[in-house]
Write a protein that binds this ligand. Structure first.
Ligand code: MLT
Length: 238
């Protein structure tokens, strides 16, 4: 298999071969793809990713309050008037079962939308790394990681996660590009103390300083979920 990694959505170069015909894995470990996997595992019917707050509110009104919830963050914090923020613990069965979650986050939901031209779009995080790796291997397709990054900049936790998933795919026997090889090597280098490496990342430090250390702990829990969310026809579902 060929493996390609993009550090963040603006750096995607789609020469007709790196997105369109690929099994694309969108990674926003802190916190969007971790939260979406947790929400769907807790029984949410679907997550509908959108880029803007106003777009989310319009879609919520169209869907109706009986089936939809407004979810997401700006600046890491819940959006005024929204039902749920971006902390995995909020997305429990009582809150989300059977609901359509209209979600907008600073980077993660945009990264998902940026991959919409792919043959398959799956969502990966540390929490479902093994399950996503198995799905990618099962597809037999070439794989591209689209890391969400943070406001156009590289985020180490996403690249570490791409490395963890690549490692779980077996690593050898693939033809990987340089950033994929770097991700793999970075993951292997830190595998003995992954929590330590993740806690040092800029966005993890921001979340910890903002009072969300519990979220960081949750998101670094490797393979705690067996769920593989897929984005298709505007919705993310299992
Ligand atoms: C994002 O999409 O930018 C992130 O999930 C931010 C966060 O809530 O930590």
């Amino acid at each position: 298999m060929r493996i390609t990694t993009f550090a963040e959505p603006h750096s995607i170069v789609d020469d007709g071969d790196t997105i369109r015909n690929r099994f694309v894995i969108v990674v926003d470990t802190l916190r969007a793809t971790s939260v979406i996997a947790a929400a769907l595992a807790a029984g949410a019917d679907a997550v509908i990713p959108v880029a803007e707050v106003e777009e989310a509110m319009n879609l919520y009104r169209n869907l109706g309050a009986d089936i939809a919830l407004l979810c997401g963050e700006r600046g890491g914090n819940p959006i005024p008037g929204f039902h749920l923020g971006n902390s995995p613990a909020e997305y429990n069965t009582t809150a989300v079962r059977g609901k359509k979650l209209v979600m907008t986050t600073t980077n993660g939901t945009r990264a998902i939308l940026s991959a919409s031209g792919a043959a398959v779009v799956a969502l990966g995080a540390m929490v479902n790394a093994g399950a996503v790796a198995a799905a990618a291997m099962g597809s037999g397709m070439d794989v591209t990681f689209v890391c969400a990054g943070t406001k156009g900049r590289f985020s180490l936790e996403d690249v570490l996660t791409a490395g963890a998933i690549f490692c779980a795919m077996g690593a050898s026997g693939h033809r990987a590009d340089d950033l994929s090889l770097l991700a793999l090597s970075c993951y292997r280098h830190n595998a003995d103390d992954l929590p330590g490496a993740l806690r040092d990342c800029t966005h993890a430090r921001f979340l910890i300083d903002s009072g969300y250390s519990g979220d960081v702990e949750y998101c670094m829990g490797m393979d705690r979920l067996n769920a593989v969310p897929y984005y298709k026809n505007g919705m993310v579902q299992l």
